[in-house]
Design a protein around this ligand. Sequence first.
Ligand code: ZN
Length: 311
Amino acid sequence: MPSYLRLRDPRAHAVASLNREVMKWLDEVVFDHLQEDELRENDVDSALLSAIQNSDIVYSEGVFSGKFSSNTSKALREIGAYIHHGKWRVDPAKVPHELIGAFTLSRDKAEGKVTNIIRTLRDISSNMVHAPLGIDLRKHGADILAVLDMQFNKHLEEVPLSLPNKDMVLDQFAKEMHEEIVTAAVDQVDKLAEKLGTLSETGRMDSLFAYIRGAYITSRNAVSVKMEDKINRFAMDCVEEKARLSGSNSYVWVTCHDDKVRHSHRVLDGKTFQWDDPPEVAPGRHCHPGQDYNCRCWAVPVLPFDPKANP
Ligand SMILES: [Zn+2]
């Protein structure tokens, strides 16, 4: 009489808790060095001049674009600018001389700031490998394992079960997770620097800080995805090893049953597979649930006996 080990999936909780720490670390190591104050530094009196100097507003051929406040709008009206088809426009001949100077200056200044930021990012990226993460990764792995241990032991009361190589498994997890996070972070910081390097060519020097924040958040998410993937694999590796130890030869593939499940995994839902023979998820590629890229699928281990029926 086979029995099914329906385990509570510890991954979402583990991902959320580690993600908080990784994002905090990333903000401290990277984002806090891209100071808003410096980007918004202000050294002129006039609202319009200061907006231009801060690169909040850019001017090109009779059109102003960027971020407008009530002060800058008032100042624009004073120089004869008007809104037409949702854009601030002005007769180029009417633009005061000191503003024309500021437009050029503002662009040079913005470019100078971007160059500084790129330099900062390069420094961060090369120091990152040696700097401590300050996150107890081993503990995060141990928490996942504890949830699994508790559930396996509940189902298999007669055979309390813990991985014999638990210490090694956790050391390995911490080491690989550290590598995963740091490699992804270095990669993303380099990408961010590259992206900023093309900023002056693509001409987006207005709203500099908003642009950098947007690009940084994209990078942050990419690091998060790598971390999540690693947790998913680790948890499923532990389930596999513990299931095998408890006498299981097979499992039932279970998806999250939502819209995001890819077709190649949806067709595996509810089917039984051998631990020794993972199904093909893409041409030539075989794996168990949670071991494919970004896979949130889960396994229900099958025991070929009823553990509670043993004398
Ligand atoms: Zn999946």
